[in-house]
Ligand binder design. Structure first.
Ligand SMILES: C[S@@+](CC[C@H](N)C(=O)[O-])C[C@H]1O[C@@H](n2cnc3c(N)ncnc32)[C@H](O)[C@@H]1O
Length: 471
């Protein structure tokens, strides 16, 4: 199956100067783990946080995801910090890697996620133990029969493509679109968990048979030198995905620790708006990866899913998501007057780094340093909000593990992990350590940046785990 999007690089032609500090470099890595075991985790090291390991793992493999991290990383965190059943929070839950692992291990799992498609995926996974594998297999068979029958009889589909979903080139060829619409006639007619699983199977595979792909952001296959898709065994692909999900649902039910507790749940709200729903001091362990300082556009890259699954009908819906996103997008920051850093950020290195970014390339107008410095200021201001909210949710002695990647803006290295750690300290969290599970990266993740960003050649992109404790 084709990965959904694996480099958080933006392909927006108007984003020329951010190096691509990937939170995932999945397809460039030959291996997903660093060889550590859960026992190593107990000793204090974490396995590689890249999402690639999830590709072959039941339930995690239901949907590929942008910028997800591996179940191994979460397992290590749980092994090390959760000695008894408790509450695990992921404020930026994505498709629910943290939540699924915490739920499997017998903890109460709570997540926040603003992207309705990601929230839907995470919720459906967390209901895996309630899915009926025979019903899902039956639904897969019914889907095959329905679509083949309709094709044979030349029955026109009742479903129409989402009218608000516009792409430069047709998203699907006529033959593929017909099959997709006939499949949706069948899937859309039902409600309930089986139907949700079928909808998720469609979402997980829908880009594979389109004329678009993630290389690394959503763009035309033709533009990446790949052939367009004239026809495709759409319904067979969907049915086999549903069969896989049925197998995984049975597995999840067997694996899930049996202690009686609430199902893991996802609150579809900004963490900043919803964190008080969790209750003060209720969280034992917070494990998360917020958006990185790399302008990766979650909304744009999930447009097909948002529109075709009916989570979004017009560009204004995407705008609303953009406004909720951690920090903001550079496109929304570049035109503003100088954005001031939060008054609580007194760290001189942070302020000096932003000054350097701001002074770069003034002749480039909105593409110069000013816009990127504004973008970074809004990002670090949200780091303050995040650290304060995290502290509020954690119980005294509770731990927060934040996976964060560095960045290079206009050629200026921005050590986001250290800056976030300093901000968190100002907010009253104790920084225990900054781990570097994977400090050597391969291929184009090593920024030979003199060409692209103007930074010293060889400046590295990396990810860290910032470990913090609420005193
Ligand atoms: C790096 S991804 C998390 C991936 C996750 N660790 C996984 O493995 O699936 C960050 C997520 O944060 C979400 N997000 C951004 N701003 C948010 C906010 N203010 N509140 C909640 N979620 C937010 C994005 O939609 C995105 O899915």
């Amino acid at each position: 199956m084709e990965p959904l999007a694996e480099h958080p690089a933006s392909r927006d032609p108007a984003t020329p100067s951010v190096a691509v500090p990937s939170s995932v470099q999945i397809d460039l890595l030959a291996d997903s783990g660093n060889g550590n075991t859960a026992a190593d985790a107990a000793q204090g090291s974490f396995r590689d946080p890249a999402f690639m390991a999830n590709r072959d793992t039941p339930v995690h493999r239901w949907v590929p995801w942008i910028a997800g991290y591996s179940k191994h990383f979460v397992q290590d965190a749980l092994a090390r910090f959760m000695v008894a059943p408790g509450v695990v929070l992921d404020p930026f839950a994505g498709v629910g890697t943290t939540l699924v692992e915490a739920d499997l291990a017998g903890h109460e799992a709570i997540g926040f996620e603003i992207n309705p498609y990601a929230a839907f995926a995470a919720r459906t996974k967390l209901k895996a133990h309630r899915l009926s594998p025979p019903k899902l297999r039956e639904a897969a068979r019914a889907l095959m029969i329905h679509v083949h029958d309709a094709l044979h009889r030349a029955t026109p589909p009742r479903t129409t493509p989402p009218p608000g979903f516009r792409t430069r080139a047709p998203f699907y060829s006529p033959a593929v679109e017909r099959k997709v619409l006939l499949a949706l006639d069948c899937i859309g007619a039902n409600a309930g968990l089986t139907a949700d699983a079928a909808r998720l199977a469609f979402a997980a595979t829908m880009v594979n048979y389109s004329n678009y792909s993630y290389e690394p952001s959503l763009g035309r296959k033709a533009a990446a030198g790949r052939p367009e898709v004239g026809d495709f065994p759409v319904v067979e692909t969907l049915a086999s995905k549903m069969e896989q999900m049925a197998d995984d649902a049975a597995w999840y039910r067997r694996q899930r620790a049996t202690r009686r507790r609430r199902d893991g749940h996802v609150i579809e709200k900004s963490f900043f708006h919803g964190y008080r729903d969790v209750g003060a001091g209720n969280v034992d362990l917070l494990v998360t990866s917020p958006p990185y300082l790399n302008n990766y556009h979650y909304g744009r890259n999930t447009r097909p899913h948002l529109y075709w699954l009916g989570f979004c009908a017009a560009p204004s819906d995407l705008k609303r998501l953009e406004a909720l996103n951690f920090g903001t997008y550079w496109q929304n920051a570049r035109d503003r007057d100088e954005v001031a850093l939060d008054a609580t950020i007194s760290d001189e290195e942070i302020r000096e780094t932003l000054r350097q970014v701001r002074e770069r390339n003034p002749h480039k107008g909105i593409y110069g340093g000013h816009g990127w410095a504004n973008y970074a200021a809004l990002y670090f201001n949200d780091c303050v909000r995040f650290a304060n909210a995290a502290k509020w949710c954690l119980r005294p002695g509770g731990t927060a593990l934040v996976v964060i990647g560095n960045s290079i803006l206009q050629g200026v290295p921005v050590p986001t992990d250290r800056f976030f750690a300093r901000i968190a300290e100002t907010c009253g969290l104790a920084v225990v350590d900054i781990h570097r599970p994977r400090d050597t990266r391969v291929g184009n993740s090593i920024v030979n940046s003199s060409v692209r960003t103007g930074a010293a050649a060889g400046e590295r992109l990396y990810e860290s785990v910032v470990e913090m404790r609420r005193p």
